[in-house]
Ligand binder design. Structure first.
Ligand SMILES: Cc1ncc(COP(=O)(O)O)c(C=O)c1O
Length: 488
């Protein structure tokens, strides 16, 4: 029997002021479902009725219902309305934390990284292994118009060599945004780089020499491992929790027992775990590293992709003495093709400037000017809001799909931002074999062993959710689930 349920009280104005209305509405309905007031099969009030009862716009209700659909609480039935789904989702458990590593280790050359990246460029493959967000997520037409206009107004930008640490209007915009996020950085403390990749490279080079030890999270972004390998450094992997980031106790122990020269980490929306370090933990980690008087390299490339209302602070916000070298780029938020990034390297500024000069001299001014104009007049905040909504929707659809198709015993992380979900299959599963099988179905996967220097994570994969969900994705996810089952 179909039952229609009366909507709860209007939204509290104090709370509504703090959060978007649609999020508050979605959360309050989710509570009613979880508490059993709205039961499976119940029809929730129509969009129009809910809009009148809650005194919010139709668009707000629609957005709240879409969020709940994505979270798996509601389903839309054609010409009938929205219903509570038969069984509210009970998601799989979260991944377990790795064991600590006793000694640092040199990083071997991993051909698999290059293979995964190469397949990622091939549009015929379903990009579960790829870190590249789909181009449709970015304001490419607007940026193209602005780039053309910048070039027409000042063609000498093409005709002059561009030695520079950063185009001032751009560094001012970046510094202004950090200030809003709780990090007071002056514009002239920034060095603009060729993507975050160059920033991370320069920072590591500035504070290490071959043979030195770098403490990193485990699992780690394979880009970190590639740079560590290229600089002939050793990696010491620190266990990292899929919710709250690097484990403080494990780091404390590792710093006591090893001659670590720098800690490199990603507190906000870690690649590949998706973890977000709470503020108190950021402070504790900072204090701990400061006690050992070490530099910190922070990769904050996903900081702006938070699904919650507030942008999490970078660790740099607690930096008292310039030891944190903050690195980021527009690669995940605005213009991956421009490959413009930056570092705020604190007390290492002069060294980074020198290294930037010998590495690439400068970052194309024409691109920096275009970005500066976009940040000033192009509606960057508006764009970020819709990008975050899209990322959040993709990720929730992936979580639901994995819940549907992956076998019992699978664990996965629940990121609050970014693009990645870390998936831990039952121990029997061999993700390298899984990758080979998946390639036959034109699906690209990133096996767990890419994210470590040890023989770990063979039964894990990193799932990239930066591409819009589609029937093709759904089918591909089902196929991966079937291939996993065949191995069990
Ligand atoms: C965590 C992380 N850091 C850095 C990068 C590289 O960024 P960029 O493209 O700006 O060089 C990536 C790219 O995927 C990444 O995932």
């Amino acid at each position: 029997m179909i039952q229609t349920v009366v909507a709860p009280k209007p939204l509290s104005s104090a709370k509504a002021a703090a959060r978007p209305l649609y999020a508050e509405l979605a959360d309050s309905l989710q509570n009613l479902i979880e508490q059993g007031t709205l039961r499976p099969g119940h029809r929730v009030p129509s969009v129009r009725v809910m809009s009148r009862q809650r005194d919010v716009s139709i668009a707000t209700v629609l957005q709240a219902y879409t969020v709940l659909e994505n979270r798996g609480y509601l389903e839309a039935r054609p010409q009938s309305g929205y219903y509570v789904r038969p069984r509210p989702p009970s998601l799989a458990p979260e991944p377990r934390m790795a064991k600590p590593m006793c000694k640092p280790s040199y990083v071997g050359v991993n051909d698999l990284t290059a293979e995964v990246m190469e397949v990622a460029l091939n549009a015929d493959y379903v990009p579960f292994g790829s870190a590249c967000p789909h181009h449709s997520l970015f304001p490419t037409k607007k940026l193209a118009r602005m780039l053309g206009s910048v070039a027409r107004r000042d063609p000498t930008l093409i005709g002059r060599a561009g030695m520079n640490w950063g185009y001032e209007p751009l560094t001012r915009e970046i510094a202004r945004r950090y200030l809003q996020a709780g990090v007071p950085i002056a514009h002239d403390e920034l060095v603009v780089t060729s993507g975050a990749t160059e920033a991370l490279n320069l920072c590591l080079r500035a504070v290490t020499k071959p043979g030195d030890t770098v403490a990193i999270e485990t699992p780690a972004y394979f880009g970190f491992l590639e740079i560590i390998q290229a600089l002939n450094l050793r990696a010491l992997e620190i266990p990292t929790c899929s919710r709250q980031g690097m484990c403080t106790d494990a780091l404390q122990e590792a710093l006591k027992q090893n001659d670590v020269k720098v800690v490199m980490l990603m507190p906000n929306f870690h690649n590949p775990l998706g973890s977000l370090m709470p503020d108190e933990k950021k402070q504790r980690i900072y204090e701990l590293i400061a006690q050992h008087d070490l530099p910190i390299i922070e990769d904050d490339i996903y900081g702006d992709t938070h699904f919650g209302d507030v942008r999490p602070k970078p660790l740099k916000a607690w930096d008292r003495d310039g030891r944190v070298m903050l690195c980021s780029s527009f690669g995940k938020t605005l213009a991956p093709g421009f490959h413009v990034g930056w570092s705020a390297p604190g007390r290492y500024l002069e060294r980074i400037r020198r290294l930037k000069f010998i590495n690439t001299m400068g970052t194309p001014r024409i691109l920096q000017k275009t970005l500066a104009e976009f940040l000033r007049d192009g509606g960057y905040d508006h764009h970020l809001r819709s990008l975050r909504r899209a990322y959040s929707q993709h990720l929730h659809l992936f979580l639901q799909g994995m819940q549907r198709y992956f076998p019992e015993g699978t664990r996965f992380s629940r990121p609050q931002g970014g693009n990645y979900i870390w998936v831990e299959f039952p121990a029997k599963v061999d993700s390298l074999r899984l990758r080979k099988e998946a390639l036959k179905h034109k699906i690209n996967l990133a096996p767990g062993s890419l994210f470590t220097v040890k023989d770990r994570y063979r039964h894990c994969i990193r799932m990239s959710c930066s591409q819009p969900w589609s029937d093709e994705m759904d089918t591909a996810l089902r196929t991966v689930g079937e291939l996993v089952r065949q191995q069990l």
